[in-house]
Design a protein around this ligand. Structure first.
Ligand code: CA
Ligand code: CA
Length: 191
């Protein structure tokens, strides 16, 4: 009578080897990611998803600022930029309090930082956060949660504390010295 031989343990050992190799691969990947992390460069892991964006010019005649260029600030391409309209006086901005960009997230998030990349120096700005529909006027946004005066060209990081919402307004209260604001990228980051 034939009896079932007990299976050789090779099969289960083979599976264990596969599992161990997979674990090692995952750990190696994790270490590689850690190794890439440079504290002086912008982190890439906490970027919050922006689902839509709009220009904001509540005191302007047309209500918008080069709306057709807005996605240039979100395409992760440093060579493309959104630009405001051109103002003769960077400080006065034709009598406006400012113009801005509204970024809509995919839902309510804790927000830790806004990174703004610009080619031009000298602009000033503020960050507002709310949820629900984006307000039509500045007063509807409440109080600014971060601000910068006379920013340098390149990366400006605005740190927010206890910010939570789904709508972010980056509000420019002074243009760069050129008379316009140019934004090559805006990134919204979790804390
Ligand atoms: Ca306008
Ligand atoms: Ca861009």
């Amino acid at each position: 009578m034939a009896t079932l031989e007990s299976r050789p343990p090779r099969r289960s050992r083979a599976w264990m080897v596969v599992v161990v190799v997979l674990l090692l691969a995952v750990m190696a990947g994790a270490f590689a990611l850690q190794g890439d992390e440079d504290p002086t460069s912008a982190p890439t892991t906490n970027r919050l998803p922006v689902t839509s964006a709009a220009s904001f010019d509540p005191q302007g005649d047309n209500g918008t600022e080069h709306e057709e260029q807005v996605l240039n600030a979100l395409d992760q391409n440093p060579d493309t930029a959104w630009r405001s309209e051109k103002y003769g006086d960077p400080e006065a901005m034709a009598g406006k309090d400012g113009v801005g960009l509204i970024l809509s997230l995919d839902g309510v998030h804790d927000i830790g930082q806004i990174d703004v990349r610009t080619p031009d120096a000298g602009w000033s700005g503020q960050v507002y956060v709310t949820d629900g529909d984006a307000p039509d006027d500045l007063a509807g946004w409440g109080e600014p949660l971060a601000s910068v005066q006379g920013a340098d060209a390149g990366l400006t990081r605005l740190d927010l504390t206890d910010a939570r919402g789904s709508q972010v307004l980056v509000w420019f209260t002074r243009t760069a010295d050129s008379g316009e604001v140019a934004v090559s990228e805006i990134t919204v980051r979790a804390p």
